[in-house]
Design a protein around this ligand. Structure first.
Ligand SMILES: Cc1cc2nc3c(=O)[nH]c(=O)nc-3n(C[C@H](O)[C@H](O)[C@H](O)COP(=O)(O)O)c2cc1C
Length: 732
C-alpha cells in the first residue's frame, strides 16, 4: 500500500474522532493521577500480604461481632465489612496482622468522579459509552496506521529506532514521541475496547458456577485456624473472602483467588468446589489494570505520558497537515499551460519540493519569462513550451510522491507536439537506500523519449539542502544564459542576542584565497569544534555559518574569499583587535566522538577547520586519520603547523593529502579513500566513526565511494552505517 493511503487513513480517522479523543485523553491524563494518589495513602502494611487466612480470619472474628467479607484491592489495601462490638455495620481498611481499623474507605475525589463519568460515557449514558468504545477502536486503528507510517518513513523494522530526519519541530517530535508511546497507546485502546464490550455483555459469560455437593454432617468441627487450606493461602493470592451466610452446613466460605474460586466447608475446612476463573474474566481483570493503572504507580505514569502524547499528536498532526496543505496549494498561474515557455512540474509529498519549485517559478516571472507551474499528475501537452523543469521528491521505498502518483501512466499517453528541453532536480535523503530513485526514473523516461532533449543532467538534493539548491540554480543560469535570483525570506534575527568576539589573529589570503581568522570571545562562551558560528553581515543580515575549530579557548575559522562574497570580504577586511558580533550554534551531531575506537576525518578546502580543532583537542589520543583534498602543496601551508603538532603529539595518527593541481591527472580526496578502502571498511566494521566536512560536491563523491566500499567489503549499504550514527556530515 502506498504511503499516502496510510497517511490519509491516519488523518481522516484522526479528524473524525478528534473531539472525542481530546476528551478521552484529557480525562485519561487526569485519571492517571487517581491510582498514584491512592498509592500514596498509608493503608498498605509491610509484609501484610504474607499473612495467611488462618491468621487473619480468626483475628477478625475475635475483634468484631460479625464479619461478612474481607477484600484485598489492587493497591494491596485490606478492607473488611463487619458489625462492630458496638453493633454498627461498617466497612474500613484494616491492619491484616491485628485486624484493627486503619481508616475509612477512600472516597473518589469529585474531580476523579467527574473525569471518570466523562471518560466512560461523556455523561450520555449508553450512547456515550458506545461512542467512547467506537472512538477507542478508531484510536487503535490510528495507532496501527501510525506505526505503519513510521515503518515506511524509517525504511523498515530494523531502522524503526534509527535517526529521524528533522524537517520541522512538529514532524520530528510526532515521529520521535510516536515511536515510544504507540505501544502503550495500543494497549490503552485495546483494553478500552474490551471493557466496552464487557459492559455491553458482548463477551462470553465469565461467571463461575460451582457444583454443590450433598451436605454431610460433621461430627468434630474444627476451628478455622486449623483449616489446612486457610493455613496454605496467603493474602497475596486472595482477592476476597465471603463468610458463610449462616451456620447451615450448605453455607460455605467463598474464597476468590487470583485465577480461581473455592468453596470451603465452614466446619471441616474441606474444599468442596474448586473452579478456575474463565479466560474472559482473567483478560477483563488485566484490561482493567492496564487501562486504569490501578495499583501500579509506574504504569499510571506511563498512561499519563501516553495521554499527554495523544494531545501532542493531535496538535502536531494537524499543524503538519496545515503546513503541507499551504505548501502544496496551487499557485495562481500568470500564464496558462499553453502559452508559457517554461513548464515547471512538481512531485511532492510534504511540500518542501513545492516550496523550492515556487521560488524557481517566482524567479522566472521576476525576469519576465513566461512560466507555468503545476503538479506532475497534471502532465499534459504544452503548446509553447521550450523547457520542462521537473522537481521530484522520492517517497516510501523509492516510490513516487503523492502529487506524481499518475505521472508515469500519463507520460505514456500524452504525445508532446514539439521538442522540449528538460532538466530534472531530485529531492531525497541519503538516509534512504533508494536515494532520489523516483527522480532517476523520471529522468530516464525523459531521456528515452525522442521529443525531450536534456538541458541539464539530473541533479540530486539531499535533505532539502539550500546550498545544493543554489548550486543547481547557478548551473541552470549558466546553461540558459539567465540570471535567476532566488528570493528567500529574510530571517528575523534579534541582533541583541549576538555575542562579541575579538580578532586575535588573521592570516593573509593564500594562493587559493583562503585565510584563517582566530576569534576570542569577550565573555565566557561555551563551544566545541564542529559547532557553527553564525554571522549576520550588515549588508543583508542574512545568516552565514562557519564550522568552528576550537584551539585553546579561541575560535578558529578557515574562510575562502569569494570575489563578491559579502561575508568572506567582511572577514578579510578585519584587522587584529576588531570586534565581530556573532552567535555560536551548538552542533552536537558533529562533535568529536570521544568514546569511539577510531575516527576517520574527510575534508576538502576550508572544511578542515573543525578537524584542526578536534585533533588539537584529542587528549585521549583516539586513533584518528585525516584525509584532506586541496589544490596544491602550497594550499596546505595555512594548516601545516597545527597538523604537524598534532602528528608529533600523536593526537593525529595519519594525514593523507590529495592535490588536484599538482600533477597531470587530478587526484581528489575520494580517490585517496578508494586507495585506502580496507582502512575505511575496517573502521566502520569496528564501530568507528567517519566525519565529513567541506563542499557538497566533495561530500556526494565521497559518499558514493564509501557506499561502494561498504557494499564491497561489508555487504551493507552505507545508509545502514548512517542510521547507526557512524557517519557525521557537515557540508555546505
Ligand atoms: C516516509 C519517507 C520516505 C522517504 N523515502 C525516500 C527514498 O526512498 N529515497 C529518498 O531519496 N528520499 C526519501 N525520502 C526523503 C524525501 O524525499 C525528502 O525529505 C524530500 O525532500 C521531501 O520532499 P517533499 O516535502 O516535497 O515531499 C523519504 C521521506 C519520507 C518522510
Amino acid at each position: 500500500m502506498t504511503i499516502s493511503i496510510w497517511r490519509y487513513s491516519h488523518l481522516i480517522l484522526a479528524v473524525i474522532s478528534s473531539l472525542f479523543i481530546l476528551i478521552a485523553s484529557v480525562t485519561g491524563a487526569i485519571l492517571a493521577f487517581e491510582p498514584i494518589s491512592n498509592q500514596l495513602q498509608p493503608f498498605a502494611i509491610e509484609d501484610g500480604n504474607m499473612v495467611s487466612l488462618a491468621e487473619i480470619l480468626p483475628t477478625l472474628q475475635q475483634n468484631y461481632d460479625e464479619v461478612f467479607t474481607v477484600e484485598i484491592d489492587k493497591n494491596n489495601f485490606v478492607s473488611t465489612s463487619v458489625i462492630t462490638k458496638e453493633g454498627n455495620s461498617e466497612t474500613f481498611y484494616i491492619n491484616p496482622f491485628t485486624g484493627e481499623k486503619l481508616g475509612e474507605i477512600i472516597k473518589k475525589a469529585p474531580i476523579f468522579e467527574f473525569a471518570t463519568n466523562l471518560h466512560r460515557s461523556l455523561f450520555l449514558k449508553t450512547t456515550g459509552r458506545i461512542l467512547i468504545g467506537v472512538v477507542s477502536f478508531l484510536l487503535f486503528i490510528i495507532a496501527i496506521t501510525g506505526i505503519q507510517l513510521i515503518l515506511k518513513r524509517q525504511g523498515g523494522l530494523k531502522r524503526f529506532f534509527s535517526k529521524v530526519v528533522k524537517e520541522n519541530f512538529e514532524q520530528y517530535y510526532h515521529v520521535v514521541i510516536g515511536r515510544y508511546t504507540l505501544i502503550p497507546i495500543i494497549i490503552i485502546t485495546l483494553t478500552g475496547v474490551f471493557l466496552s464490550l464487557e459492559k455491553f455483555n458482548l463477551l462470553p459469560d465469565s461467571k463461575i458456577s460451582h457444583n454443590y455437593p450433598e451436605p454431610t454432617e460433621i461430627d468434630n468441627p474444627l476451628e478455622i485456624d486449623n483449616f489446612t487450606i486457610f493455613q496454605d493461602i496467603k493474602l497475596n493470592d486472595v482477592t476476597s473472602v465471603e463468610f458463610p451466610f449462616s451456620d447451615d452446613i450448605e453455607d460455605y466460605f467463598i474464597i476468590k483467588l487470583k485465577g480461581k474460586e473455592l468453596l470451603v466447608n465452614q466446619f471441616s475446612g474441606e474444599v468442596v468446589s474448586n473452579q478456575n476463573t474463565s479466560f474472559v474474566a482473567l483478560i477483563s481483570n488485566w484490561s482493567l489494570i492496564l487501562h486504569t493503572g490501578q495499583g501500579t504507580v509506574i504504569w499510571s505514569i506511563i498512561l499519563l505520558i501516553a495521554s499527554l502524547a495523544i494531545l501532542f499528536f493531535m496538535y502536531s498532526g494537524f499543524a503538519m497537515t496545515l503546513k503541507r496543505r499551504r505548501a502544496t496549494s496551487k499557485i495562481k498561474n500568470k500564464f496558462t499551460k499553453d502559452n508559457a515557455e517554461y513548464i515547471i512540474l512538481v512531485g511532492s509529498e510534504t511540500g518542501h519540493t513545492f516550496n523550492a519549485a515556487k521560488l524557481f517559478y517566482n524567479a522566472l516571472i521576476e525576469t519576465s519569462q513566461s512560466a507555468y507551474i503545476s503538479v506532475l499528475n497534471d502532465y499534459s501537452t504544452y503548446n509553447e513550451a521550450k523547457q520542462l523543469i521537473i522537481f521530484a521528491a522520492t517517497y516510501g521505498e523509492g516510490e513516487a510522491p503523492n502529487s506524481a502518483s499518475n505521472f508515469k501512466q500519463l507520460f505514456k499517453k500524452v504525445n508532446p507536439q514539439q521538442n522540449i528541453q528538460y532538466a530534472v532536480i531530485g529531492f531525497g535523503s541519503f538516509m534512504y537506500p533508494d536515494y532520489c530513485k523516483y527522480a532517476v526514473e523520471v529522468d530516464l523516461l525523459l531521456r528515452n523519449h525522442e521529443k525531450f532533449d536534456e538541458n541539464l543532467p539530473l541533479f540530486k538534493i539531499n535533505n532539502q539542502s539550500f546550498e545544493e539548491y543554489k548550486l543547481w540554480i547557478n548551473q541552470w543560469n549558466h546553461q540558459n544564459n539567465l540570471d535567476l535570483k532566488i528570493q528567500f525570506k529574510r530571517p528575523k534575527i534579534n541582533l541583541k542576542n549576538l555575542k562579541e568576539f575579538r580578532v586575535v589573529n588573521k592570516t593573509k589570503p593564500n594562493i587559493d584565497n583562503s585565510f584563517l581568522v582566530q576569534l576570542r570571545p569577550l565573555k565566557k562562551s561555551k563551544f566545541s569544534s564542529g559547532d557553527l558560528l553564525s554571522v549576520f553581515p550588515e549588508v543583508d543580515f542574512i545568516e552565514r555559518q562557519y564550522s568552528i575549530g576550537k584551539i585553546e579557548n579561541d575560535i578558529l575559522l578557515s574562510i575562502k574569499k569569494h570575489e563578491f562574497g559579502v561575508c568572506s570580504t567582511y572577514f578579510n577586511n578585519l584587522k587584529v583587535n576588531s570586534i565581530v558580533k556573532a552567535k555560536v550554534k551548538r552542533n552536537f551531531d558533529f562533535h568529536f566522538p570521544n568514546t569511539t575506537s577510531e575516527v576517520v576525518m574527510i575534508a576538502n578546502g576550508t572544511g578542515i577547520a573543525p578537524f584542526l580543532g578536534m585533533v588539537s583537542d584529542n587528549a585521549n589520543k583516539i586513533k584518528t586519520h585525516l584525509f584532506w583534498g586541496g589544490r596544491t602543496k602550497d594550499s596546505l601551508k595555512l594548516y601545516k603547523n597545527i597538523i604537524d603538532e598534532a602528528l608529533n603529539e600523536q593526537k593525529l595518527t595519519n594525514f593523507y593529502t590529495a592535490y588536484s593541481q599538482e600533477q597531470k591527472d587530478k587526484i581528489y580526496v575520494q580517490d585517496l579513500i578508494l586507495e585506502r578502502q580496507e582502512l575505511l571498511s575496517q573502521v566502520l566494521d569496528n564501530n568507528g566513526i567517519i566525519m565529513i566536512c567541506g563542499s557538497i560536491a566533495m561530500q556526494n563523491r565521497v559518499l558514493e565511494v564509501l557506499n561502494i566500499i561498504t557494499t564491497r567489503h561489508l555487504n551493507k549499504a552505507l545508509s545502514e552505517f548512517e542510521s547507526n550514527s557512524q557517519l557525521k556530515k557537515d557540508c555546505y
